[in-house]
Structures are given as structure tokens and as C-alpha cells.
Design a protein around this ligand. Structure first.
Ligand code: UD1
Length: 422
């Protein structure tokens, strides 16, 4: 299995281009199922999760062509299989995003339940409840969600939790439903807006995306369109933290400052000089060690849970004591034990981590446990004394395009170790 070997201590200095957003491209690719006609999705990041989504759509009969300039062309005219098999769903939870589009367009769907989760409590109960309220007949049996509906009916949905993929699934389903659907307590994440913009380009009638009340007027048919995916705000934040943690200077290009406000706010609090332009952000530490920051995760526009692990790593080498509180997911401190193995002083109590910055971390073999946890271990490795070997990096390949190449271009000493070789 591949690993990443990092020799810490290099101060990052340079420019990096941000890729298309993982969390926007996945729902947008699922939305191509709604199109009666060819579509072309551009600025697609080359990520393992994108490959999984393509495989999922391909097995249904969607024709897919990888074109020039990071584009994927799709056509649904030969769709014959309305199923998302467990084998793929277990590797990527976001596979659930095909449920709404399949049901709305083809009247039927069979989607495996994402790994290890009991329906009724969490984590896809709100997707299922919402579709049921729109008139779908849904049974959960043999590990699959089996759904049928002649035509979904618009209704008023109030989400108990502002779930991101739940909002997206229901939004996609509502575009072809009969009448008006109102989604209250909708997620306000920029990726929901990007999906809504794409659906509108396909002919959907949507108001309020980006607010907590989305109104959709169902239409009979959606056509294909050309659409460019937004930049990845978590990748943007991760490279800026890479600059901050190494006391360096990093300019991220082809991104947007307006979608990372809460992250920039924390970086400024960490003593970084941050400048923003139309499609770039530049961070400069002027060679100084960062200051520890306090942060609490919450749905957008607050500080994102997907940046929590990276700021935990930043605090681990910062001056002072910082407190990080996780309110979105119950068990998202798996990276802490690995950071402790590198010498970090972190005390976790409930959903709060108190981190006392140390002068130096020391390199160690560490294990990635999920996507953002892997990112935090790589960041820690960039400043640790000696070598850090990050194992199980298939997590990182799910969500960061060419991470070792991009970090190398910024001056990091990092390389991929293929298989067992060093
Ligand atoms: C999305 C993002 C993920 C991010 C997360 C929170 C994608 C592909 N993934 O995940 O990167 O970390 O938002 O910003 O966009 N919940 C329920 N019932 C449901 C659905 C969710 O109780 O039916 C709960 C979850 O357990 C969690 C909270 O709602 O505590 C938020 O989860 P949700 O917004 O659904 O996360 P995802 O959409 O899976």
C-alpha cells in the first residue's frame, strides 16, 4: 500500500493552483442522471471519489467520456440499471446522492445503505424521510434502500439537521417533482449553491439556494448543459494552513476568498498576513511561528468540520494554548492520537481538544484514519524534525488532487513510497 514520506523543516514558499471541489463535483455528477441530453462538467478534480462516482454512473448505463481540460461528458440515453451496489457505496458515502435523481427521473432506485449505519436514527434517515414525504414508497431491506414513485410530489420539508448531502438529494429530487417543494433548515454550504446553479443551467427552477429555505418549482424535464465546478474550499484552506504551519508564504490561485471567510479569520488570528484578490489568496507568516487559535466547528458559514484536523495540527506547533470544539460529528478526533505520537500535547475531553503548542514535533510513522485526518498528519510531518511516514494514504487520494506534487512545488520534501519499498 502507498505511503507518503515527508522530511520536515522546509519553509513553504510559492504558488499552488486549487482544484475543482470534491464536495461539489460529486452531487453535480449525480445530477447528470436528471439530464435528458448530453452534459459536460468541467474543472473536475482527478480524485478517487470522482472515479468511484464515474464507476457508479457507468454501471447504470450512463455513457462517460473524459475530455480535455478536466471535463467529463455524460449521456443518460442508455441508462438501464437503477442500482448503486454496496461494493461501491461502502467505499464512498456520497454514493447516496444518486438516490434522489434516479427516483425523480426514472421512478425507481435501489441504493445500498452507506456502511454500518442503521436507518431511522442516522445518517441517511433525513434523505429517506424527505423522499417519503414527497410520495415515494421506500423499503429498507437486505442492506438496500428500495424506492419507487410514479412522480414525486412537491411538499414542505423541514430538516431536523441541516444535512449537506441530504439537502442536495432532496433538491435534485424536487427539480422533477410535481408542484412546489420547500426545503426548510436546508444546508447553506457553497456546494449546495453550486449544485443549484448547475441544475438551473439544466432548466430547473430554484430559489433560495445558499439560504436555509430553498424553494423548487418542479419542471417536466431537464436538459443537458455545460458547467464548471467551483474551486475546493477545503483544499484552499489546507494549503493555507501548510503555509502557516511552516512559517512560510503560500499563494493559492484559481480559488475564491468569499467561500473561506471563517478559515481566513482563524488564519489572521494565528498571526498570518492574508491578502485576497479576485481569484487568489496569499498568506505570509514572515518567518514567524503561528499563534494558537480557538475554533468551534458548525455548519456553513461557520468554521468547517472538514478543516478541524488541519487546525489541530497548526495549534500543535503554535505559540500558546488553543481549544478546538467539534460539534458536527461525534468522533472526529482520530488524528489526535497520531499527532500525540509525534510529540503533540493534546488533551481531549468530550468534543473538545485543548492543544498546548510545542516548539517541535518529531517525525514518526503514523496512520491516516480518514481524509482530513490524513491531511493533518501530512501538515504535522511538514514541520516535524526528521522523517514522517504516513500510512494508509488512500484516504488522501479520495480528496486531494496530486498532493505530493503540489506540496513539492511549494518546497516541501515529500514523496510517495509505492507498495512496501522505501
Ligand atoms: C458533507 C460533506 C462532508 C462534511 C459534512 C459536514 C459531502 C460529500 N460531504 O457530508 O465532507 O464533513 O457534509 O459539513 O458533501 N445527519 C443525520 N441524518 C441524516 C443526515 C445527516 O442525523 O439523514 C447528521 C450527521 O450524522 C451529522 C450531521 O447530520 O452529524 C451533518 O452531516 P451531513 O451534513 O449530512 O454530512 P454529509 O452530507 O454526509
Amino acid at each position: 500500500m502507498d505511503k507518503l514520506l515527508i522530511r520536515g523543516g522546509a519553509r513553504l514558499d510559492g504558488e499552488v493552483r486549487i482544484s475543482g471541489s470534491k464536495n461539489a463535483v460529486l452531487p453535480i455528477l449525480a445530477a447528470t442522471l436528471l439530464a435528458d441530453g448530453p452534459m459536460c462538467v468541467g474543472n473536475v478534480p482527478h480524485l478517487h471519489d470522482v472515479t468511484t462516482m464515474m464507476e457508479l454512473l457507468g454501471r447504470m448505463g450512463v455513457s462517460l467520456t473524459v475530455g480535455e481540460r478536466l471535463a467529463i461528458e455524460t449521456d443518460t440515453k442508455d441508462v438501464h440499471c437503477l442500482r448503486a451496489a454496496y461494493e461501491l457505496v461502502k467505499t464512498m458515502r456520497a454514493s447516496i446522492l444518486v438516490l434522489g435523481p434516479l427516483l425523480a427521473r426514472f421512478g425507481e432506485a435501489e441504493v445500498a445503505l452507506p456502511g454500518g449505519c442503521a436507518i431511522g436514527s442516522r445518517p441517511v434517515n433525513l434523505h429517506v424521510d424527505g423522499l417519503r414525504a414527497m410520495g415515494a414508497h421506500i423499503v429498507v431491506e437486505n442492506g438496500y434502500i428500495r424506492a419507487k414513485a410514479r412522480r414525486l410530489r412537491g411538499t414542505r420539508l423541514v430538516l431536523d439537521v441541516a444535512t449537506v448531502t441530504g439537502t442536495e438529494n432532496l433538491l435534485m429530487a424536487a427539480t422533477l417533482a410535481e408542484g412546489r417543494t420547500i426545503i426548510e433548515n436546508a444546508a447553506r454550504e457553497p456546494e449546495v449553491i453550486d449544485l443549484a446553479n448547475c441544475l438551473q443551467a439544466m432548466g430547473a427552477r430554484i430559489e433560495g439556494a445558499g439560504t436555509d429555505e430553498i424553494v423548487v418549482h418542479g419542471v417536466e424535464r431537464l436538459q443537458g448543459c455545460e458547467y464548471e465546478v467551483m474551486p475546493d474550499r477545503i483544499e484552499t484552506g489546507t494549503y493555507l494552513v501548510a503555509g502557516a504551519i511552516t512559517k512560510g508564504r503560500v499563494k493559492v490561485k484559481r480559488t475564491r476568498a468569499d467561500i473561506v471567510d471563517s478559515i481566513l479569520h482563524k488564519l489572521r488570528a494565528a498571526n498570518a498576513e492574508v491578502k485576497v484578490g479576485e481569484d487568489w489568496i496569499e498568506l505570509d507568516m514572515h518567518g514567524e511561528r503561528p499563534r494558537a487559535v480557538d475554533a468551534q466547528t458548525a455548519p456553513y458559514p461557520a468554521f468547517p468540520t472538514d478543516m478541524q484536523a488541519q487546525f489541530t495540527a497548526l495549534n500543535a506547533v503554535a505559540e500558546g494554548v488553543g481549544t478546538i470544539t467539534e460539534t458536527v460529528f461525534e468522533n472526529r478526533f482520530m488524528h489526535v492520537q497520531e499527532l500525540q505520537r509525534m510529540g503533540a500535547e493534546i488533551h481531549v475531553s468530550g468534543n473538545t481538544a485543548v492543544i498546548k503548542g510545542v516548539e517541535h514535533l518529531t517525525g514518526a510513522p503514523v496512520m491516516a484514519t480518514d481524509l482530513r485526518a490524513s491531511a493533518s498528519l501530512i501538515l504535522a510531518g511538514l514541520v516535524a524534525k526528521g522523517e514522517t511516514l504516513v500510512e494508509k494514504i488512500y484516504h488522501i487520494d479520495r480528496g486531494y488532487e496530486c498532493i505530493e506534487e503540489k506540496l513539492s512545488l511549494l518546497g516541501a520534501r515529500i514523496r510517495r513510497v509505492v507498495g512496501g519499498k522505501r
